[in-house]
Design a protein around this ligand. Structure first.
Ligand SMILES: Cc1cc2nc3c(=O)[nH]c(=O)nc-3n(C[C@H](O)[C@H](O)[C@H](O)COP(=O)(O)O)c2cc1C
Length: 349
């Protein structure tokens, strides 16, 4: 095995939604996107191509920023519709064997108990191949769908995410590794002394615990994060196993982003090798460079003529080289039952 392995992830922009509609090669994309087979084929193709994981992006509102109403978005199926990625993830996992499946769940929209329970269930069902793309929601429209007038302030959202993460990890740890004994002679399925209440009382969340499901193969999911702001990077540096970044500035911009994250990790007491930083790329493929350039020019011209569609419909690839990873595309189980005790995000004082 080479010392410095190349890692690839697929960022499924647009989430569990319409991937292509009304374009030259869209085909039946506007109709068939709810057919699970489409997503199974996608996951299998990525697995064949030795991708480490696939992220299913998500948000929970119908946008209306452009033009003050939802017309542009609904006409073009841009950024909406989106169905629940946690329903899709187990289907993709069940019909693949080693790629990691990473749904997006928001710390602003879930309660830690519900999220911990859901992810624990998915990790059981995927035999230890579930990740969690940790996001804090930024849209006022999403906040309004959950009963608030507007979105919680940016840095406060991350303070809440810190506590959310801590509590979720404690819930995943509420069943000890050897709690399930299945001793038929004694009539004991699980040892109650190894299943613990938490009585967690935080600033933002409370939960009694324990989780009402036993520990999953990984114990906790693989954490991915995409914070771009200083506060977001601090959160990612303290929690993530893998960061996906859309930073600008070419190679220099990427190096500076990675150096910043590494410095934060070191300050927070983590080893820089514990988190892979992956950068977004949207390859344009042609038989020759000229053909690819021409195709790119066509794409740019189309984007300029359709500003309402932004870049939301482009799926992307994230890539990184690094020395190790918790998931490798060739291992049958990406991360075995190696629960760690890292339960709170590291924060600087
Ligand atoms: C590659 C990538 C993927 C992202 N995926 C999501 C997503 O699925 N849902 C979401 O609400 N935000 C998503 N975001 C937004 C980030 O979570 C984050 O809010 C954003 O990068 C801005 O960083 P900040 O919150 O630290 O300011 C994504 C960002 C990037 C760069």
């Amino acid at each position: 095995m080479p010392a410095n392995r190349f890692h690839l992830a697929w960022f499924g922009a647009g989430g569990f939604g319409v991937k292509s509609w009304g374009r030259t090669w869209s085909g039946a994309g506007g109709r068939d996107w709810t057919n699970p087979q489409l997503w199974i084929d996608l996951a299998r193709a990525l697995e064949r191509a030795c991708f480490d994981y696939v992220i299913i992006e998500d948000s929970s509102y119908v946008p209306d920023a452009y033009g003050g109403n939802a017309k542009a978005y609904l006409d073009s199926a841009t950024a909406t519709p989106k169905l629940d990625p946690t329903v899709l993830a187990p289907v993709m996992a069940h019909l693949t064997s080693h790629i990691g499946i990473v749904p997006t769940l928001s710390t602003t929209e879930y309660h830690p108990y519900m999220l911990a329970r859901k992810i624990n269930t998915m990790d059981h069902m995927s035999r230890g191949r579930t990740g969690w793309n940790i996001v804090t929601s930024s849209s006022h429209r999403a906040a309004q769908n959950y009963g608030r007038d507007e979105q919680i302030e940016h840095d406060l959202r991350y303070d809440m995410a810190d506590e959310f993460f801590e509590l979720a990890c404690k819930l995943w740890d509420s069943w000890e590794v050897d709690a399930v004994v299945m001793d038929e002679e004694k009539g004991v399925w699980a040892d109650y002394t190894k299943v613990h209440t938490l009585d967690f009382e935080g600033k933002f969340f409370r939960s009694r615990g324990p989780l009402n499901g036993n520990r999953s193969p990984q114990g906790r999911p693989v954490f991915t994060q995409a914070g771009g702001s200083p506060r977001g990077r601090e959160f990612a540096a303290g929690t993530a196993d893998s960061i996906i970044s859309g930073t600008s500035g070419g190679v220099e911009g990427m190096k500076s982003f990675r150096d910043d994250v590494h410095a934060r990790m070191t300050r927070l007491g983590r080893s820089t090798g514990d988190c892979k930083v992956l950068f977004m790329a949207s390859p344009v493929v042609g038989e020759t460079d000229a053909e690819a350039q021409e195709k790119r020019a066509r794409q740019m011209a189309w984007a300029e003529a359709h500003p309402e569609q932004g870049s939301c419909t482009c799926p992307g690839t994230a890539a990184s080289t690094s020395r190790s990873t918790r998931w490798t595309s060739r291992s049958p189980t990406p991360c075995g039952p190696t629960a760690t005790s890292r339960c709170s995000p590291r924060r600087s004082a």
